[in-house]
Write a protein that binds this ligand. Structure first.
Ligand code: NAD
Ligand code: UDP
Length: 314
């Protein structure tokens, strides 16, 4: 019988970030169980891992309990794109809250260490810039983004209460906009939207006047940070910002995508969605200090790799 280093559960493992994480953990020799209900994830994202003896896929919804034996849990299950998380907002909150309760219960029973994929959305439309971990945020609790933002905030609360009440080993990451290969072509997020539109010669849809900013991290850098965070000492629960501090307006992003694809697409301006944050940039001093980590892949290089991926699938 083959023995692997450790048994690792990845919820949401067939999604964009989850599939890259599974790939990295499988390559590192972990025994990986990928759990996903395939709401936004796909089997294609993990098809290359299926033949590996240290990879297993289970179709399961994390809002229901799960009984497996694990050493580490990465809890990523939750749709991340606004159009997908707003499609069934009640299910989105259930996924974050019931999903967290179920995975924390599993961690408690098996004494596993558990990682939560939280988000920069816990800062809402921030009044502090760049955002540091001690900022409590500016979130509309009744708006269209609340199912996601408040679900993720409540999940953080649950993680910290399980730590205080049950001495669980937790790791909370606040992820800022991340992009790369295996984003769903109809995902609705800005990087995939712009690249797909540019490659098809369709109009590039900038919401609002494009002055709003985001800071974009390439997926490979982010996954490195996930694993470093999981490996930090037990007395470091986070939360810790993970993202690339390079900040760009959405209009700059559109222009860069047009230039890198050599597209003839025109930019068209559409109404700005409700509660769309005006600016976002992570302060990553804590990640630098605690994880010895910072992103290494700049926007142009990351976009070039992502464009190559979308060219191959469109
Ligand atoms: P994604 O939509 O590609 O992946 C989410 C995965 O979770 C999908 O495979 C989906 O099928 C699965 N899922 C959804 N509901 C589920 C449920 N109830 N039970 C089981 N599986 C379920 O999105 P992503 O970008 O890979 O995001 C992964 C995680 O990271 C999410 O928790 C998201 O909130 C967080 N995050 C991502 C970003 C980003 O920029 N990509 C930013 C902040 C936070
Ligand atoms: N956006 C845009 N055009 C699109 C999709 C998104 O201008 O086709 C804008 C959106 O309004 C937001 C930014 O790009 O200001 C990032 O949107 P995304 O949905 O990727 O992520 P989030 O708003 O959650 O950061």
């Amino acid at each position: 019988m083959q023995h692997y280093q450790k048994r690792v559960l990845v919820t949401g493992g067939a999604g964009f970030l989850g599939s890259h994480l599974c790939e990295r953990l499988v390559a590192a020799g972990c025994d990986v169980l990928c759990v996903d209900n395939l709401f936004t994830g796909t089997k294609a994202n993990i098809s290359h891992l299926i033949p590996k003896t240290n990879f297993e896929f289970m179709r399961h919804d994390v809002t229901f309990p799960l009984y497996v034996e694990m050493d580490e849990i990465y809890n990523l299950a939750c749709p991340a794109s606004p159009i997908h998380y707003q499609f069934d907002p009640v299910q989105t909150t259930k996924t974050s809250v019931h999903g967290a309760i179920n995975m924390l219960g599993l961690a408690k029973r098996t004494k596993a260490k558990i990682f939560q994929a939280s988000t920069s959305e816990v800062y809402g439309d921030p009044q502090v810039h760049p955002q540091t971990e001690d900022y409590w945020g500016h979130v509309n609790p009744t708006g269209y983004r609340a199912c996601y933002d408040e679900g993720k905030r409540c999940a953080e609360t649950l993680f910290f209460d399980y730590r205080r009440q049950h001495s669980l080993r937790i790791k909370v990451a606040r992820i800022f906009n991340t992009y790369g290969p295996r984003m769903h072509p109809n995902d609705g997020r800005v990087v995939s939207n712009f690249i797909v539109q540019a490659l098809k010669g369709a109009p590039i849809t900038v919401f609002g006047n494009g002055d709003q900013s985001r800071s974009f991290c390439y997926v490979e850098d982010l996954v490195t940070a996930f694993i470093r965070l999981m490996d930090t000492a037990d007395d470091f629960p986070g939360p810790v910002n993970l993202g690339n501090p390079g900040e760009f307006t959405i209009l700059e992003l559109a222009e860069t995508v047009i230039r890198l694809t050599g597209s003839k697409s025109e930019i068209v301006f559409k109404p700005l969605p409700q509660d769309d944050p005006l600016q976002r940039q992570p302060d990553i001093r804590l990640a630098r200090e605690k994880l010895g980590w910072e992103p290494t892949i700049g926007l142009e290089e990351g976009l070039t790799r992502t464009i190559a991926y979308f060219e191959s699938i469109i």
